[in-house]
Design a binder for this molecule. Sequence first.
Ligand code: FAD
Length: 573
Amino acid sequence: MADDQTLPWDHEVDLLIFGAGAGGMTAALSGALRGLDVLLCEKTDQVGGITSTSGGTIWIPGTHLSVEAGVPDTTEAADRFLQAVVGERGGDEVRAAFLEAGPQMVKELQQHTEVKLVAAQAHPDYIGNVPGEAYGGRALSPTPFDGRRLGKGDFARVRPPRQEFMVLGGMMAARNEIDALLHPFGSLDNFQLATRTVLRYASDRLRYPRGTRLVMGNALVAQLLFSLRQTQTPLLFETRLVALLKDQNAVVGAIIEGPQGRQRIHARRGVVLATGGIAHNAPLRRQLYPEAAQAHCLAPVTNTGDGVEIALGSGASLAEGLDSPGLWMPCSILKRQKGEDLIWPHIILDRAKPGLIAVNSVGERFVNESDSYHDFVMGLLRSPGQKPHQPAHLICDRAFLEKYILGMVFRGTKRLKPFIDAGYLFEADSPAALASKIDVDPVALKQTLENYNRDAAAGEDTAFGRGSSAMNRFNGDASQTPNPCVRPIGPGPYYAMAVWPADLASSAGLAGDHEGRVLGADQQPITGLYACGNDMSSMFRGTYPGPGTTIGPAMVMAWRIAQHAANQAARGQ
Ligand SMILES: Cc1cc2nc3c(=O)[nH]c(=O)nc-3n(C[C@H](O)[C@H](O)[C@H](O)COP(=O)(O)OP(=O)(O)OC[C@H]3O[C@@H](n4cnc5c(N)ncnc54)[C@H](O)[C@@H]3O)c2cc1C
């Protein structure tokens, strides 16, 4: 943006950061720990962005936490793994910097802040049967956080999780707690956990608008906010980036707009963009995303791609050569007569279980259904017969619904009628009748089921290799032998549920280097301009190697940015 350089600055800081999600909050906290004068600006009245609605899993190889969890991991093994997964797509220098810095960042946060993480003993990488893959140790999670520690004011500043992921209207449940809460009488452990959690929630609701026991992404954001308050890091709400200010080719500050009106802020050490990636930015979606994946986005609607758009207007460039511009999740949509539609991301609970397949718009299978949500959608987008504006369908039988969850139809739900009436679930006595309800070719669907069932009777999936990776089997059902992901489907009644591609994050984004500096059209760093989180293009180049592979890099690169800016400050540059 052309700027009148004669205008005075309204305010001066070292590091000016936009966006209070995992990326921006970690950059601010790490900057504050290094003695930098930091200002964090958040567009909305709450911190958290997509991060607070996420699973909060953080993929960082080789940490001391993996050793503590008894599943020691090394960055060398992770490097081999990433070389196999990402291959020749580029980004090697950035990934090397991530691997080197990750364990250091975790140690620093763990020792000096209230961000407390643990390594999962079992949470396998998403790509199996390649060198260096890990079964446990790499996926870190925030420990549950007691929201009451924030005080009422700051607790209300934490963006709540997705409505679909809360039970009883406002209680969070971690992945491993859902079953106990849904089936409290299933076992003594279930009963104890459910009683404890529900009693705590009931007491919370006397004083708070939702439960204060925070888990997953909400816990991470709350821990970051708590730590920012402890370090007295300035944080402005309802204050957004409007434009970057340049002197020659260097970014020297930004115009912000908030309750005080417009202000010109001088950033002595740099501006950090962490506004959550492309998300709902319609022109960028049209430019970069395949037509079939443009309609649905899981980010809060206030994530409108500001950082990427404004940086592009200031001479930044987009990364090229990615496997995919988005990281995807298959989602089912429950239309409601009152209130917003509910969108359910099919993360792990149903697709991997035995007795379910997915078919495309011509009634054919297109992928190993037990693979990651990203690879599931990639299979759909690449599937030759698929029509762009049609969903895929998950197909199962009644026994599946008795035993497992299917989207928002929880295990053992007796009254299926409301879901069927809402067009969320389709029911029919035969595959052919089901096919006509979901608008696919009856002959094709019948043939698909016959082919699948023939293999499944022997516990095999010769077409797509279901159950062939550690991650497949981990998310399957161990009681199903010989293959925890495969059993024949039928007899009827048969059920179908439509799933659509949606982006859980963009992987396309600004081109950047190993210090988090944004690159210009000449592929050289733009002095004074950094990006992290989804604003920076994915270092895994549009692949999705494992659980937590967006938040992990977001936090580690944010930490590197703070370190780079602090080193520059120390050198007086
Ligand atoms: C259901 C779901 C589950 C997921 N689970 C995981 C998981 O377990 N692990 C994982 O790694 N990834 C997960 N993801 C993806 C992950 O949540 C995101 O990739 C990540 O949180 C993005 O972090 P961020 O800091 O880039 O953006 P955000 O967390 O979205 O933060 C961006 C912030 O910038 C603010 N902002 C926007 N514009 C401006 C502006 N102009 N000025 C100032 N502020 C602005 C926004 O309001 C927002 O608060 C999941 C996603 C979904 C949808």
